[in-house]
Each structure stands twice: as C-alpha cells, then as structure tokens.
Design a binder for this molecule. Structure first.
Ligand code: F3S
Length: 277
C-alpha cells in the first residue's frame, strides 16, 4: 500500500496557539471544548488537568477560564469578565476578525449576512456582535437569500472561517442580484484553504482517501466532502480504531489528510495502522 500525505494537513495556527495556551495554564478549564477534537481534549485533561465547562453557570470563582478557539458570544464573555475569574482568550485571531467586522459594519448601518452553520459555536459567537440581532442573518445556501428581509439597503457579508470559497462566491452572487450595496469580506482562513486545495489535489490521484478529524469538526467535514467528490472511497475517521481492513482490499494508493484540529500523534497512529494492512 502506497500511502501519501496531502501537502498541507492537520493543525492550523489557531489550534496550535490554543493548545499552547492551555498547556501553559495547568489546572484551568476551557469554556466549551477548546478545539473540535476529543482525543486532544482528553490529552489536555490527563496531562495538564485542563477541564471543561459546558455552561456559564458551572464556572467557579477564582479559576482560570480559557475561551475556546471558536470564540463565545459577546455577552458570555462579558459575564465571565465580570466574575471573579481569570479569563484567557484563546479565540483564534481569524475568528476574532469576523466578530469585529460584524460589530463595525452593523454600527455603520449595514444589514449582516453570515454564510455558515447556524448551530456552530463560531457562527453563534460572530452573530452576537451584531448591533441589531434581528438584522443578522445566517444562510447556508444561496436560495435562502430570496426570503430574507434586510432592514437596510446595504449589506455586509462574512463567511464562517472553514467554509468552501466556491460556495461563498455563490452566496455573494445571489446577494449582489438582490441588493444595491454589498460589502464582501473574505473571512475564510488560509489554513483551511491550503488544506482543502491539498486534499482536492491528492484525492484526484489516489484510489482510497482517509480523512482524520473530529466528527463534529466543520473543517474536517469539508475536507471529507471535497475528497468524496474526487474519490468515492473516502472515509472520515476520528482515530485508527475507526479504520476497517476491508476498505483497503484491492487498493494500492491511499491518500491521507487531517482536519485543522487533528493532533499529529493521532495521524501517526493511523499511518502506523495503514502500513500494516
Ligand atoms: Fe483559526 Fe483557521 Fe484554524 S480560523 S482555528 S487558523 S482553521
């Protein structure tokens, strides 16, 4: 079995930064999962005693709270800062940027359109920065734009950092057809684009593709959907335990990529398994 890694895969700048912050703050806790990768969260808990708060009400006084990579809603941050806790913000700077754009543009009288998943923590956080919550709209498909009633005749749009650029272009096109003034901010982060382009190129030349990452990780799911367009035998796994020997039958060239929050030790364990198939 020839195994080939994508030219760009795995940990991005924002995730590396958040993990370094967590490792520097032993005995702390994160507000929401720090990153979308349970294996790495377990490692931080076991090796650094970094716990997890699922809700604001659980946060104890006098504890260090680390804000997760995807950020949290504005009022939640305000609540934590008002408490007797030390708040360390590990929100990725590429997520802070759309938060600030939404704040600024809505102050300037623009309606806001977010291209993203409305139940994703990053999107919920970014949405919260809008001045008028009734005029911050979230869509996942261009055809949803027709039914939106914007309060202003000028619209500013941003994308969730991990979305596909081609789909964002479709959203922008639909928006321009409907509005006189559209301000477009490309907030898709470079790490995602590089991993996506590399996954696309690799999946075009292999007969089997393995994508490693958390099943709740948006960027990992995007990688998988790109791979499956080019290689029908593309599988999304969390770690080596999810691999099935039958996937490798009659295959000779296996491609490997990993989401932006997949630690290298998980990737190495998968590689080791495949080499033995
Ligand atoms: Fe940040 Fe992009 Fe990673 S938004 S967390 S650098 S995928």
């Amino acid at each position: 079995m020839k195994v080939e890694l994508a030219t760009s895969y795995g940990f991005c700048f924002g995730v590396k930064r958040a993990i370094e912050i967590a490792e520097k703050h032993k005995n702390s806790a994160t507000m929401g999962p720090l990153i979308h990768n349970q294996n790495e969260i377990d490692r931080l808990e076991n090796d650094y005693n970094v716990g997890l708060y699922k809700s604001l009400e659980d946060v104890k006084d006098n504890q260090t709270v680390i804000i997760r990579t995807h950020g949290i809603p504005k009022n939640d941050l305000k609540f934590l800062r008002a408490k007797d806790t030390k708040v360390i913000n590990a929100t990725c700077p590429f997520v802070t940027t759309p938060q600030q754009i939404v704040k600024k543009m809505s102050k300037e009288g623009y309606s806001i359109l977010i291209f993203g998943d409305n139940d994703h923590p990053e999107v919920k956080g970014v949405q919260s920065y809008g001045e008028d919550q009734d005029d911050v709209h979230i869509v996942i498909n261009p055809n949803e734009i027709d039914s939106i009633k914007f309060k202003h005749d000028k619209v500013a749009t941003i994308a969730q950092t991990t979305k596909k650029k081609e789909k964002y272009l479709e959203i922008v096109n639909a928006l321009i057809l409907k509005n006189k003034e559209v301000r477009v901010f490309n907030t898709i982060c470079d790490a995602t684009l590089e991993n996506q382009d590399a996954a696309k190129a690799l999946s075009q030349k292999v007969d089997l593709m393995i994508v490693i990452g958390g099943k709740n990780s948006s960027n990992t799911k995007q990688l998988h959907s790109i791979c499956i367009e080019n290689c029908k035998d593309s599988y999304l796994i969390e770690n080596e335990k999810d691999l099935k020997p039958q996937w490798f039958k009659n295959k000779s060239h296996c491609g490997l990529t990993a989401g932006a929050s997949t630690p290298d030790w998980v990737i190495q364990a998968v590689l080791k398994y495949i080499e033995k198939v």
